[in-house]
Design a protein around this ligand. Sequence first.
Ligand SMILES: Cc1cc2nc3c(=O)[nH]c(=O)nc-3n(C[C@H](O)[C@H](O)[C@H](O)COP(=O)(O)OP(=O)(O)OC[C@H]3O[C@@H](n4cnc5c(N)ncnc54)[C@H](O)[C@@H]3O)c2cc1C
Length: 395
Amino acid sequence: MANYQSIVIGGGVIGVAIAYHLARLGQRRVLLLDRGRLGEGTTAQSSCILRTHYTVPENVLLAQAAWRVYEDFAAYLDDRDADCGLVRCGYLIAAPAGEKSAALAEALAAQRRFGIHAEAIDAGAARRLLPIATFGDDELIGYEPDAGFADAYLVTSAFARSARRLGVTVRENTAVTGLRLGGGRASGVVCGNETIDADRVICVQNVWSGELARWTGVALPLAIERHSVMSLETKSAPYTRAMPVFKDLGTPGLLYCRSYGGAQMLVSEGTPGQALASPDTEQADVPLDKVVEVGEQVAGRFPAYAEAGLASSWTGLYDVTPDWNPVLGPHPEIDGLWLAYGFSGHGFKLAPAVGLLLAQAVLGQPGVVPIDTYSLARFAQGRLLAGRYGAGAVS
Ligand SMILES: Cc1cc2nc3c(=O)[nH]c(=O)nc-3n(C[C@H](O)[C@H](O)[C@H](O)COP(=O)(O)OP(=O)(O)OC[C@H]3O[C@@H](n4cnc5c(N)ncnc54)[C@H](O)[C@@H]3O)c2cc1C
């Protein structure tokens, strides 16, 4: 008998959610490995926005299932101390007339078909929700009240605590350096001098998934992008926690923003970021011309922010696939090997649902969506999950 039923490589929010759900569904011997500390990879850089607004229907269903977990987090984990830091402030999305507003109208209709409260509201109603912004009468504005943002550290640590309680072994500061491969199957991992046996290995390495491609010799479509995030502050127009998250499809950068620290605005672009040849999660400078470029777009929508100061800035990496959607499911060429990578800047909100979906698939159980939708094979088969807004994290 192998030491473990499952080994999960990677203790970001996705990896801990998978390990937790494997144990919740009955696996008693699960090992979660991370080369550093849990949650200190790209999860630590997340803006943590939660919404069900997507144009790919399977994404809507996953986000809806995940939202249900976030809004009743302690009960779901059966842990009264669990708190995901949810701020249920709602989500506003505005599109100029044309192709983007047609896509937005379709997305709202699809959400409603799934029983989600999502509606088009007029400029006056949008101003009442987000009084620091201006809205034009020619825009289509979508509103989703059951949305907001949460806290990456709280979510990751709560899943890890619950996973441990259910018997998952967690080892930090343990780098996987290779796979135990033979006869077309994976039967464990190599960590330096140590080999650990398992019935299966689930790779949740995000921007480090290139390592897996090298271990197996099977290429994985993956681009690594660096994105900049800023927080802006103006005393005359605080972005309070009562104000909704806002996505502005009318700006060149497809900006998104939310309250930060109760008074500042967290803002970032929704367009493709800076391509990197290798995963380097060290903080990079946000160049002044980027601050000015984003600041001008912000001021066009939020006039008081023309006077705003830059309070802080940071960078984070996306693991981007060709259709900006994750790869989930069994490896097509190696038995016992499973994939969960390519969250393309929108994995935090999906984490509880992806964790359950992957664990169900491992155990041969059906999930909320067919996991095959997200298979690696879709790229070769031309079954791309292309979103209606084009490249970007709202796919
Ligand atoms: C700037 C930014 C903003 C974002 N905003 C949002 C948002 O608003 N909403 C949203 O839904 N999503 C958002 N995301 C995306 C979301 O944060 C990610 O999709 C999610 O956190 C990815 O989790 P993960 O577990 O896949 O990856 P990670 O957190 O990167 O975890 C991967 C882990 O694998 C470990 N690892 C890798 N290789 C090995 C190895 N060989 N041995 C051992 N361990 C290994 C690493 O140490 C790391 O801890 C954002 C991302 C960024 C960067």
